[in-house]
Design a protein around this ligand. Structure first.
Ligand code: FMN
Ligand code: SF4
Length: 604
């Protein structure tokens, strides 16, 4: 095995030291180590295993799990095109092709001189300004042919990213409609002071009165979660902010972290005050790594102001601090138990529950996992009281909801609506016309057809974590569902068979239909796999994965039927063509050497 060059070896030692040789920091160590050479050569993995005193197989297992960790060489410029359906609608494939042609490379491969590699990645959370890409972790949106030409030129010249035009890296917030949260102007610490004045129990009671429900998707009552963690046995309790935001079409948390970080961190401190927690983590998706420096700066200001650290705001014993933990391109790590595994430096495999994280979470400690938006919203409750918060929205859905709007509309961006807002109003506000369908809640959400646009966003009607992808009359809903199935098959962690095999089978059937080999029998098989995935998957990724197909099959069936050939069964490949080689070898090309088509059989 080749040894590490001495400068790389010294850098690696520094990284291990900085992370206190702590195996729970393994993912962070791998991310930092990868920064040395751009990838993770075998000797680096070996050295990390030795430095942490853990089996090398564990290090390799973790390195192999995350799509942003590379155990084979990649280009010094790593270009990842965002490949959400909204990027595709904006022509990302053509741009990727153009860049590859200009750089003389094949998509998915590294140039021979090791300069550049270009490939795709799942949604990067820039659907309001796509098509988008990440170059060495830095986001570039609003791609067009002019930008692609410039990027190709700068890569060829090996110009460092710091010298690329600054406007390339400008990520806009695109806030279009402000409500109670986005319109809130709060001095750091103000909400925390109000909560401290009520005492932990009084503050929890206020949270109960607010009826705030989690904004990450499942809509679980936040006060119930906090109270469970508070009452769980164990001295050390943990607050986790779920900033993984991997659901295709969602980018509201990006905007909150970019523009309202103080509200998010204050929300974490408010949770800590209620629960009695001393330790906090922000699990920041790898795609948002570019936000990290400014988030660290906000944390530093809060420490300086006595809002983090020991005896917060002079309250004896209120000790709480926050650290940022980076993800590395695994959608499943948004699932709270997979996220906790990842925080502990492991592969992001969802845990068997119970026990739930509030009882046994990070390192076995009672752990609250809340979405970015949920945490920011708690500031409103602390400032104005629970009853005030509950006065907005509907009976079962209190407050407002941030919606990330993308796709076919004039004004994509972030909109804040009271729960109960009608879908048709949202479409009107964002300048959508001729809308055929909307995918609400991301790939795992619900697809609404135009006859449903009078429905309302609310847990009791159309629940949503916040994505709103709009498709006008020119879009093919079959292709939309197919793109989402490809996403799920790619993101399945492979732990349980129904999801690992089911998503792959479903992808195969959708591709078969797309290739013109579909038959009626395939629709029955698709239906069967949908039910298998829904009922037998271990976690929410698998059980939600067939949603796009179930919805579009039910509401846009002609998009499937026009792809069927008129047979009960059709193989996924051309049987007659497959026999060509045999015909050539036997020097036959007479009608008897060809398979008869179904129509020919019927004519006989
Ligand atoms: C596959 C999968 C991905 C998820 N991704 C996220 C995510 O990116 N952000 C998030 O807040 N919740 C996500 N969730 C939901 C979390 O498991 C969890 O319910 C949520 O973070 C709880 O926060 P809340 O109560 O504030 O909503 C995901 C769930 C699943 C099954
Ligand atoms: S359902 Fe899919 S993502 Fe979830 S544990 Fe099973 S294989 Fe992994």
């Amino acid at each position: 095995m080749s040894a590490l060059p001495s400068d790389e070896s010294a850098a690696l030692d520094g990284i291990l030291q900085r992370h206190r040789h702590d195996p729970t920091r393994l993912l962070q160590i791998l991310i930092d180590a990868q920064d040395i050479a751009g990838w993770l050569p075998a000797p680096v993995l070996t050295r990390i295993a030795a430095g942490l005193d853990i089996p090398r197989a564990r290090v390799e297992g973790v390195a192999g799990f995350y799509s942003f960790l590379y155990t084979r060489p990649v280009g010094r410029y790593r270009v990842l095109f965002s490949d959400n359906i909204t990027d595709r609608m904006l022509g990302n494939a053509e741009l990727l092709d153009a860049l590859c042609r200009k750089l003389w490379i094949e998509p998915g491969k590294m140039s021979e001189d090791g300069l550049v590699s270009v490939t795709t990645t799942s949604c990067t959370g820039l659907c309001d300004q796509g098509p988008a890409m990440l170059v060495n972790g830095q986001a570039i949106g609003q791609l067009n042919h002019r930008r692609i030409n410039e990027i190709a030129e700068m890569i060829r010249q090996q110009r460092p990213l710091e010298l690329w035009p600054a406007e390339f890296f400008q990520v806009d917030d695109n806030i279009r409609l402000k409500g109670a949260l986005l319109g809130l102007e709060m001095a750091p610490g103000e909400a925390l002071k109000a909560a401290i004045a009520r005492g932990p129990e009084g503050w929890l009671a206020e949270m109960q009165a607010s009826n705030l429900r989690g904004r990450g998707g499942a809509g679980f009552a936040t006060a119930v979660k906090w109270a469970s963690a508070r009452n769980a046995p164990g001295e050390l309790k943990v607050i986790v902010c779920n900033a993984d935001e991997g659901e295709p079409g969602t980018f509201k948390d990006r905007v909150l972290l970019n523009r309202y970080a103080d509200l998010v961190f204050e929300g974490m401190s408010l949770a800590a005050w209620a629960v009695g927690a001393g330790e906090g983590f922000v699990y920041l998706r790898g795609e948002y790594r570019y936000l990290r420096p400014q988030l660290e700066a906000v944390l530093a200001c809060r420490r300086e102001a006595g809002l983090l650290g020991k005896n917060i705001l002079g309250q004896p014993g209120f000790d709480f601090d926050i650290q940022i933990h980076l993800g590395a391109g695994a959608y499943v790590c948004g699932e709270e138990s997979a996220l906790i595994e990842s925080l502990e430096g492991k592969r992001g495999t969802p845990r068997i529950r119970p026990p739930f994280p509030v009882i046994k979470g990070y390192l076995g400690r009672p752990t609250v996992v809340n979405n970015v938006e949920t945490l920011a919203k708690t500031c409103l409750v602390a400032l104005h009281g629970g009853a005030d918060f509950a006065a907005t929205g509907t009976a079962q859905s209190a407050g407002t909801k941030l919606i990330s709007i993308s796709g076919d509309c004039a004004m994509p961006g972030i909109y804040e609506y009271p729960f109960g807002a009608q879908i048709s109003r949202i479409l009107e506000d964002c300048g959508a016309s001729d809308t055929q369908a909307i995918q609400v809640g991301g790939a795992s959400g619900i697809c609404l057809a135009s006859y449903e646009f009078q429905r309302r966003i609310a847990y009791e009607d159309v629940p949503t974590a916040g994505a709103f992808m709009i498709f006008d009359g020119t879009r093919d809903l079959f292709e939309v569902a197919r793109a989402f199935i490809h996403f799920f098959a790619h993101e399945s962690c492979g732990f349980c068979t129904p999801c690992r095999v089911g998503t792959s089978l479903l992808k195969g059937f959708m591709d078969k239909l797309a290739d013109g080999h579909g038959a009626k029998a395939d629709l029955n098989d698709i239906d069967w796999i949908d039910r298998l995935l829904k009922n037998a998957s271990h976690c929410g990724l698998g059980s939600a994965s067939p949603n796009p197909v179930i919805d579009t099959l039910q509401k846009f069936r002609p998009a499937y039927e026009r792809r069927l050939v008129s047979l009960d069964f059709e193989p996924a490949f051309d049987l007659d063509a497959a026999l060509a080689e045999a015909r050539q070898l036997t020097a036959r090309n007479d009608p008897g050497a060809h398979l008869k088509t179904h129509e020919e059989e019927e004519e006989k």
